[in-house]
Design a protein around this ligand. Structure first.
Ligand SMILES: Cc1cc2nc3c(=O)[nH]c(=O)nc-3n(C[C@H](O)[C@H](O)[C@H](O)COP(=O)(O)OP(=O)(O)OC[C@H]3O[C@@H](n4cnc5c(N)ncnc54)[C@H](O)[C@@H]3O)c2cc1C
Length: 368
């Protein structure tokens, strides 16, 4: 990686904290992965806007909340991580009863806050160890609820430091998926004969990139004590069914339509399967745990092996819910962001074909 720093990064008016060569294992729940060149944690929203305004146009930028759905490859991440957890922490009730929550607020805090204000419908956030920003990006949810069902509007910032208010109808919102409708328009034009002329009229998706900074959420009035009781029950259900004693990133794969990824993985005899320090959890087959010293490659290889095996044995293709970013090797210059198909993954990462272990007796959790 080229570690020379663009001059703009030392702008004196910034009040936040800039760090260099930061190990992402400290900022991801898998406790694995490489370093990022730069990490900026803004002091507050104004400081974030100032930071964005001086950001070089070509600087890769990845927003990170609690890193609970993120795998950073061992070769590290080029560019800058914008660390919003511990930064944008505003949380308040507005006069009309809506809850204003900034992107860095953890789900558990949001759930407790709503219960304390006698609101119902926010309990499910308690079990999701992410931030509001990360939950908006993922449309996080569980037990039949998803964050976007509660959203009235969101505030975003673009790379020029401009704020926008957006409403849910400006996004295509699906199961663990949130796409801006104007990006979909851009993509559908690619490859058409008019694409080049059309592209010149439409903004480049990178330059129009936006990050969530806050959301206004609506919940029903209700009994706060009942909400707190529901939170307690929900958390104990989770600790009974999820391997919370070991670093993990929650469910690795999305559930295929009408199916449960965990059931398919278990059916294929993959529970307990290990590569290096990464293991398909014995407690919940859709979780991969770091049993100690797992590299990001161990985890990614195991993800690929699970995908391959499930596809071969059942004909069903699993799609990762976790986001995989970064380079495979230090200085490789090969950078991947987002979901990788099994074929791409095979050519990029050494693929293990060792025998699988089986645990046909273990039970199936279907809470998510
Ligand atoms: C034990 C455990 C249980 C879990 N249970 C659930 C569950 O029940 N339901 C569920 O949906 N998920 C669950 N997860 C996964 C995870 O908590 C969620 O996906 C959560 O929304 C991620 O939030 P985060 O702040 O950690 O995001 P990160 O992991 O930091 O980032 C995830 C993605 O969101 C992007 N992002 C982050 N912040 C922003 C922002 N402000 N603007 C734009 N993009 C942003 C990142 O670039 C990245 O692509 C679980 C994870 C764990 C470890």
């Amino acid at each position: 990686m080229n570690m020379s720093e663009p001059e703009q990064f030392i702008a004196e008016e910034l009040r936040g904290e800039m760090r260099y060569d930061v190990p992402m294992c400290k900022h991801t729940s898998w406790r694995a992965g490489g370093t990022v060149q730069r990490m900026y944690q803004p002091a507050d929203l104004d400081d974030l806007l100032a930071f964005m305004r001086q950001l070089p146009a070509d600087e890769p930028l990845v927003a990170v909340g609690l890193g609970s759905n993120l795998l950073v490859r061992d070769g590290g991440l080029r560019g800058t991580v914008l660390l919003l957890h511990g930064a944008l922490s505003g949380l308040c009730m507005e006069e009309d009863g809506r809850v204003y929550a900034e992107a860095g607020v953890p789900g558990a805090k949001l759930a407790r806050f709503a219960a304390l204000h006698n609101l119902r419908g926010a309990e499910f956030f308690a079990g999701i160890p992410g931030t509001v920003g990360g939950m908006l990006a993922m449309n996080a949810g569980c037990y039949g609820s998803e964050i976007w069902q509660k959203v009235l509007r969101v505030q975003t910032v673009n790379r020029r430091g401009e704020l926008h208010l957006r409403t849910p109808d400006q996004y295509e919102i699906g199961y663990r998926s949130v796409k801006r409708i104007w990006d979909l328009g851009f993509r559908s034009l690619e490859g058409t004969s008019q694409a080049d002329s059309a592209k010149s009229k439409i903004q480049d998706p990178k330059s129009s990139e936006e990050f969530f900074v806050a959301a206004w959420l609506k919940f029903e009035q209700g009994d706060g004590a009942a909400a707190r009781q529901e939170i307690r029950e929900l958390l104990s259900k989770r600790s009974a069914s999820q391997p919370l004693n070991l670093p993990n990133a929650g469910s690795v794969f999305r559930n295929p339509p009408g199916e449960h990824a965990a059931r398919l993985i278990q059916q294929c005899g993959l529970k307990g399967r290990c590569i290096g320090g990464a293991q398909v959890s014995e407690k919940h087959a859709n979780f991969i745990v770091n049993t100690g010293g797992a590299t990001a490659a161990d985890i990614e290889n195991l993800i690929n092996e699970v995908r391959e095996t499930v596809l071969r044995q059942t004909g069903i293709e699993l799609h990762p819910e976790v986001r995989i970013v970064g380079e495979l090797e230090v200085g490789s210059g090969k950078s991947e962001v987002g979901e990788v198909s099994p074929t791409e993954a095979r050519s990029a990462v050494p693929f293990s074909t060792e025998a699988r272990s089986a645990d046909p007796l273990a039970s199936q959790d279907k809470t998510r």
